[in-house]
Design a protein around this ligand. Structure first.
Ligand SMILES: *Cc1c(COP(=O)(O)O)cnc(C)c1O
Length: 489
């Protein structure tokens, strides 16, 4: 505590050290937040699945109205909560709505919000094992559960990340270091045009030139063709390049297609390539029997990415990177420094998170998965994922039966791309009709779907993954799809 020479209280002391609320003030803060959170969450199903306009004009005006200088004086929490809940929150896509069938729906289970409150209130350091061995063990358990689920074997290891994009980056860096060493510009990465763009972004961030990315042909189901992979690898080797990594999809974002992992693993084995499986979307389905069957072959991967903030319904901010051989992560990331505590090199599979990824200080993400898993049990997540698989399969069958519509890709997970059956070969005219169909489906805000492009054409898609999406809301979506199709077919 600092005191000036004349013993007058410092400004911080005079203000009563406001950064250290007492028990009553802490409770009041959380109570005030809960007074807003509870009605918000209880009412979320009746809020529109998206608000505003898709051009972003209204959002831009709102954003401008929220611009403020850094305040010098404190303001009442109630006022700040009002700004948040009444102004900032409602605009845009309502990713917490059961009517959100867009992109890959996120989740937002409340147990993880509580986990975040706990982690942040405790605020222990989980970058190094020694600083919080118990908490690091909790995170370690989470990583072990999922590497066992993927079947990665006894030498597996992993790290938590902010999401799939950084997990993909971590995988590429580990593979690059392991297979190419420091002169890697002639390395080649194989992926399909349907791979998530974060894989290409990761390759560029990992220092590869664009020419390192080789797009491999797909079959009619948007899956990588192993024969085309073999041919591309042979061609590149003949040209003097160094093929080293196949980035396979464990469920693409566009269609949910899963590359033939078993066959790709065989090619990778024969050609000494690192098999990376981006299962950011599909990975959680390993908890289900159908998901395990669809993802068979994933156990041969050298690295796997799973996003708990998708298929485990967590709030945004948690991805998992899992590798077959934890030493590959350590070799790519373990640098030491004199000001750090001693590391437990080689002792514990997952110790010292900072030696396995680029982050040193990091949020304690392990609790975000650990708490809900222990609280509800894996069975609760399996049941919810099975429900989504059932709903998606049913929706697919019902869309296929709607006159004038066709399914563009029949895939095993929960994305259904569909469109109006083309009437001729005026591609742009067809795009405009499908665009109009999507606008009609979304018009009243009960549901929100988005589209993608497949074979260059505009294709609406329905992705069932939100934990709050149940049969009634899928029915609502189908009703709107049917009506829009009837109006336009
Ligand atoms: C969502 C997604 C990503 C990116 O993950 P983020 O968590 O958004 O960074 C990568 N790959 C696939 C297949 C995805 O669906």
């Amino acid at each position: 505590m600092t005191r000036s020479a004349d013993s007058r209280p410092s400004p911080a002391e005079a203000a009563g050290f406001p950064l250290e609320p007492d028990a009553e003030a802490m409770r009041a803060m959380v109570d005030a937040a809960m007074a807003r959170i509870v009605p918000h969450v209880e009412g979320v199903a009746e809020q529109p699945a998206w608000h505003g306009d898709l051009s972003g004009e209204r959002g831009a005006r709102l954003a401008e109205s929220l611009r403020r200088p850094m305040p010098e004086q404190g303001e009442p929490l109630e006022d700040l909560l009002a700004t948040l809940f009444d102004q900032a929150v409602p605009a845009g896509f309502n990713t917490a709505s059961p009517g959100y069938f867009a992109y890959i729906p996120g989740g937002g289970i409340f147990a993880t919000a509580v986990a975040d409150l706990l982690s942040d209130a405790i605020n222990r350091y989980t970058g190094v094992w020694l600083a919080a061995p118990g908490l690091v063990q909790i995170e370690t358990d989470v990583l072990r559960w999922f590497s066992e689920l993927a079947g990665l074997g006894p030498r597996a290891g992993g790290v938590t990340t902010s999401g799939g994009s950084l997990a993909n980056l971590g995988a590429l860096v580990a593979a690059r270091q392991d297979r190419l060493g420091e002169d890697f510009l002639d390395g080649r990465i194989y992926l399909t045009a349907e791979a998530h763009h974060s894989v290409a972004k990761a390759a560029l961030a990992a220092g590869f030139p664009r020419r390192a990315l080789r797009t491999v042909a797909m079959d009619a189901g948007f899956r990588m063709r192993p024969d085309a992979l073999r041919a591309a690898v042979a061609e590149d080797r003949a040209a003097g390049a160094r093929p080293f990594l196949v980035a396979a999809a464990g469920g693409t974002t566009n269609t949910g297609a899963i590359d033939p992992l078993g066959e790709l693993a065989k090619v990778c084995h024969e050609e000494s390539l690192w098999l990376h499986v981006d299962a950011a979307y599909g990975g959680a389905f390993l908890l289900t029997e159908r998901g395990r069957a669809a993802l068979a072959g994933i156990e041969s991967a050298d690295s796997v990415v799973i996003d708990p903030h998708k298929g485990l319904f967590l709030p945004f901010g948690t991805g998992l990177l899992l590798v077959r051989d934890r030493e590959t992560l350590r070799r790519a990331n373990a640098l030491s420094a004199d000001y750090l505590p001693p590391m437990r090199v080689g002792e514990e599979e997952f110790a010292d998170p900072c030696t396995l990824g680029p982050e040193l200080s990091k949020p304690f993400r392990g609790l975000r998965v650990w708490l809900p898993m222990h609280l509800y049990g894996a069975g609760a997540f399996r049941a919810a994922l099975d429900e989504k698989l059932d709903l998606a399969a049913e929706a697919r069958a019902r869309i296929a039966a709607i006159p004038g519509l066709e399914i563009v890709a029949d895939t095993p997970l929960t994305v259904t791309p569909f469109r109006l059956r083309p009437r001729g070969d005026d591609g742009e005219g067809e795009d405009a009709r499908n665009h109009e169909m999507l606008e009609r489906i979304n018009a009243d805000g009960r549901v929100f779907l988005t589209a993608t492009r497949l074979h260059g054409r505009f294709v609406p898609r329905l992705c069932v993954l939100h934990f709050r999406s149940h049969r009634d809301r899928v029915d609502d979506a189908l009703e709107r799809i049917r009506a829009a199709a009837a109006a336009l077919a």
